[in-house]
Design a protein around this ligand. Structure first.
Ligand SMILES: *[C@@H]1O[C@H](CO)[C@@H](O)[C@H](O)[C@H]1NC(C)=O
Ligand SMILES: *[C@@H]1O[C@H](CO)[C@@H](O)[C@H](O)[C@H]1NC(C)=O
Ligand SMILES: *[C@@H]1O[C@H](CO)[C@@H](O)[C@H](O)[C@H]1NC(C)=O
Ligand SMILES: *[C@@H]1O[C@H](CO)[C@@H](O)[C@H](O)[C@H]1NC(C)=O
Length: 217
């Protein structure tokens, strides 16, 4: 109470020739807070942009076999992988236009598959888009480092492999002209499917977003 009275005496909110009441002040305060809230909401909706959020929702590894070469860079690999990715556009108002997304799989830092792409699409605000990516190959050359062969043998013992999925694209927020390069890295832990075991569990994985450090992105 004392606060409102002080404020009034200093000419705070209403004409204070004795007629000011705490109720008027409270109404004015509510109005000011309401307008402030609206401004914050508009800033979030229109002025700021947020990068998409990406997750690997599911993945199945049916085959992952390495034939170590000598040198190691002369190795070959046979594999079948299916990954379900979800992309969420967290923006309240802004859609996102994506160029085609190039998909690359790598093991121990060496790429072994670059065959898949996700077609260009328009991502509506607040929506989640889901994609299934399937790649496979038999005896495909992979330029492994010597450590890569060691890593394979170690992981082969438990039939659990660390495979990185990377997406590269260029995106543009609706209403802006800047084309923003975007890279997404999903570190997948894939358990080889064992026909003797009913189901393999995939731990849902959050992917890392590498956004371009340029204005408008
Ligand atoms: C790599 O493997 C191929 C086929 O097995 C062979 O012809 C070639 O000589 C090898 N390269 C090296 C550098 O060993
Ligand atoms: C490759 O495997 C080796 C041996 O396990 C490990 O020390 C190294 O960090 C791995 N490199 C990458 C890029 O994963
Ligand atoms: C694995 O991939 C190869 C090459 O794409 C394909 O021929 C084969 O049918 C696939 N196997 C399975 C079990 O999906
Ligand atoms: C990987 O493990 C499988 C099954 O245990 C085995 O048949 C294969 O020879 C192993 N591969 C290598 C390169 O060690």
């Amino acid at each position: 109470m004392a606060f409102w009275e002080d404020w009034c005496k200093r000419g705070g909110c209403c004409d204070c020739d004795g007629s000011c009441s705490g109720k008027d002040c409270a109404i004015w305060t509510a109005v000011v807070a309401g307008v402030g809230g609206l401004v914050v909401l508009l800033v979030f909706a229109f002025a700021l942009v947020f990068t998409p959020k990406v997750r690997a929702e599911d993945a199945v590894l049916q085959r992952f076999a390495l034939a170590p070469g000598s040198p190691a860079s002369n190795s070959t690999i046979s594999y079948n992988v299916t990954v379900t990715l979800s992309l969420r556009n967290p923006n309240l108002y802004r859609g996102i236009n994506y160029d085609p997304l190039a998909v690359a799989f790598s093991f121990n830092g060496s790429r072994f598959d670059e065959s898949a792409t996700v077609p260009a699409f328009y991502h509506r605000p607040r929506k989640t888009a889901t994609f299934h990516i399937t790649v496979g190959g038999a005896d495909k050359p992979v330029k492994l480092a010597a450590a890569g062969v060691t890593a394979f043998k170690t992981q082969n013992a438990s039939a659990k492999f660390n495979v990185d999925l990377r997406l590269d694209t260029v995106m543009r927020y609706k209403g802006r002209t800047t084309r923003c390069p975007l890279a997404v890295i999903c570190p997948l832990q894939l358990q080889l499917v064992d026909p003797e075991v009913a189901a393999t569990v995939f731990q849902r994985t959050k992917c890392t977003i590498l956004r371009a450090k340029m204005s408008g992105c």
